[in-house]
Design a protein around this ligand. Structure first.
Ligand SMILES: [Zn+2]
Length: 157
């Protein structure tokens, strides 16, 4: 058995209704994305199964609606100033969470030999797809703005 055959070549996610609703081919997708995806699947209550060698799984729409419900479990905004404020706070918390996750994702692509500033200059290093490069650019811009606001001019390289 070769090393490649011993490790999973992909993962599929099954909803509690028994339908495979998602799949990832880790030989083609970058590993860091697959790990994030696996975590989200488990968080959504899906059953994750490894696949070895070459595999083909039919991916379908969930039959029970549980996967969809789990994904949009946040309550709809309610009327009234108090509810409005709470909704705004929830939105801002969610945005912070997204930014933190995006920065973490970007940092995980930084070569060990790179400083933060080198990474800002070559922000798309180790990314493959166009969406990844776009996300890397957006994160780099946000990090630059935050550095400009928090690090005095004299302390920047
Ligand atoms: Zn389902």
């Amino acid at each position: 058995m070769t090393e490649r055959e011993a490790c999973p070549s992909g993962f599929v996610a099954k909803c509690r209704c028994g339908v495979y609703v998602a799949a990832v081919d880790i030989l083609r997708a970058p590993e860091v994305d697959a790990r994030t995806m696996l975590g989200r699947w488990l968080w959504d209550g899906l059953t994750v199964e490894p696949r070895f060698g070459s595999w083909l799984e039919k991916i379908d729409a969930c039959q029970c609606g549980k996967s969809r419900q789990l994904r949009s479990r946040r309550p709809r905004p309610e009327r009234g100033a108090e509810h409005g404020r709470r909704e705004l706070q929830a939105m801002s918390d969610t945005t912070d969470e997204i930014v933190r996750a995006a920065v973490h994702w970007w940092e995980s692509h930084r070569p060990l030999s790179f400083t933060l500033y080198e990474h800002l200059e070559h922000y798309a290093v180790n990314t493959c797809s166009e969406p990844e490069k776009n996300l890397a650019r957006a994160v780099a811009n946000a990090v630059r703005i935050s550095l400009d606001a928090n690090v005095p001019e004299g302390e920047r390289p």
